[in-house]
Design a binder for this molecule. Structure first.
Ligand code: FCB
Length: 465
């Protein structure tokens, strides 16, 4: 009797991490400083004063971690490369010891039969480049191209799948608009310039990777937001259009169509004249992608005004996003939330995949991040019974399965995250791993969700629970 699998043959099962969140060893072997070192050392920026050390000490424990991935039946591992390990000053002299680390990691993955999926930029900009203007400065895009070239020449004979930038929205807007992330600035015009230069850097880096002549597939990891109007009014629909513009289309249109959306330029005209867009930039930003990575966690509901709404449902202040009117707000739907306070709604996963499949012209899609934080405890039996996380994964993977049945060319899925890690401004207080990390002893414990995921990865079928 043959069993019908839930996922197609060859579907790629992976897990994801990022350099600053797991590596630790921030001063080892010539690593330079990044904006996250500086930000984390600035009082009040990261919860509990947590810093990038020790994180998961993955820099020293990578072999043990790869062995763990193998036990979890992972077919692929998405990691990021720390630019300040490769070019401590951001440009110029290459630090061979930094390249050596990623070479060892890649070799160890390949020996374990796990595909390395490398992200070039997951937010750890070398501090000297921030001092020279950061992403609002055009030159940073060219320095990113040079860095991409160095890395691709070193690893490109073994790494095929590359993601240039992780979540350009977070880098640009959390970094330069609301200051929640490094470098912690509050300058809307700078945030828009940063967004453009991240896209430009993406396109330049894609060309640099391809210029090495090694077989490659280039994409990026985009956190397309699922924006929904709170109510049926025309005013809420207008807010949803505006939020979608500055959150999604300001990235996807330059990437996929080589244009900026006219309504977005108009909505943001009082903030920027977009004179940072030079001739030919849009042909660089829209250099063809081999695949698109989609990071999804939770949908966002918006309303034109908080007036008349239950105050318990209104999250944060008016003027909720860059360019929002002073009255426009985010609204919660009263659904269950994770430890991040993010509402759990797998229909958002389905919607984002359908939409991006439609907009990206048939290229392969991968979920490059999806997962959740919950307050885990290691119980007396030495295990972590994270039923809430397991439910989250099952719900979202069932939505992914439905999307595939609806025709979405979804080829793989990466759980965020392999390990509990440094969750940016939340420090170590938020645990996203399918593997628990004890930060005092560095002991790793596979959670129930990790066990479940490993069985799914082995069979392509939802395991019995
Ligand atoms: C994403 C980031 C990732 C992680 C998850 C929870 O925005 O790319 O590093 O922090 O959120």
């Amino acid at each position: 009797m043959s069993h019908q699998n839930d996922f197609p043959e060859g579907f790629l099962w992976g897990a994801a991490t990022a350099s600053f969140q797991i590596e630790g060893a921030t001063t080892a072997d010539g690593r330079g400083r990044s904006i996250w070192d500086t930000f984390a050392e600035t009082p009040g920026k990261v919860l509990g004063g947590d810093t990038g050390d020790p994180a998961d000490d993955h820099y020293h424990r990578y072999a043990e971690d790869v062995a763990l991935m193998r036990r979890l039946n992972l077919g692929a591992y998405r990691f990021s490369i720390a630019w300040p390990r490769i070019l401590p000053e951001g440009s110029g002299t290459v630090n061979q010891a930094g390249l050596d680390f990623y070479n060892r990691l890649v070799d160890t993955l390949l020996e374990a039969g796990i595909q390395p999926w490398a992200t070039l930029y997951h937010w750890d900009l070398p501090q000297p480049l921030e001092d020279a203007g950061g992403w609002p400065a055009r030159d940073t895009a060219y320095r990113f191209r040079d860095y991409a070239q160095v890395v691709a020449e070193s690893l490109g004979d073994r790494v095929v799948n590359w993601m240039t930038i992780n979540e350009p929205w977070c880098s640009a807007f959390l970094g330069y608009h609301n200051g929640h992330h490094a470098p912690g600035h509050h300058d809307d015009a700078a945030a828009l310039a940063a967004a453009h230069h991240l896209l430009l850097g993406h396109g330049l880096a894609a060309d640099a990777i391809r210029s090495t002549g090694h077989p490659s597939r280039v994409g990026l990891a985009h956190n397309q937001a699922v924006i929904r109007p709170h109510g049926p009014s025309a005013a809420d629909a207008r807010s949803a259009r505006r939020a979608d513009g500055v959150r999604n289309r300001i990235f996807t249109d330059p990437l996929l169509k080589g244009v900026y959306p006219a309504d977005v330029l108009e909505d943001l005209a009082s903030i920027s004249d977009f004179s940072f867009i030079a001739d030919k930039d849009l042909s660089i930003t829209s250099t063809p992608l081999d695949f698109l990575g989609v990071n999804y966690y939770s949908p966002e509901f918006v309303a034109a005004s908080a007036k008349g709404l239950d105050p318990a449902l209104v999250s944060g202040e008016g003027g909720a996003w860059l360019g929002a009117d002073p009255e426009e707000v985010h609204v919660s739907q009263g659904l269950p939330v994770t430890h991040m306070g993010w509402e759990i709604d797998p229909t958002g996963m389905y919607d984002v995949l359908l939409r991006l499949a439609g907009e990206s012209g048939g290229i392969d899609l991968y979920v490059t991040e999806n997962g959740c934080a919950f307050e885990d405890t290691v119980t007396e039996d030495g295990r972590v019974h994270d039923t809430d996380r397991l439910d989250y994964y099952e719900g979202h993977l069932r939505a992914a399965k439905e999307a595939i049945h609806a025709g979405v060319p979804l080829r793989g899925y990466f759980a965020w995250s392999l390990l509990d890690n440094f969750e940016w401004a939340w420090g170590y207080s938020r645990r996203f791993g399918i593997v628990h990390v004890d930060y005092d002893t560095q002991v790793r414990t596979v959670k129930d969700s990790g066990d479940w995921y490993s069985r799914l990865a082995a069979t392509g079928r939802f395991p019995e629970r």
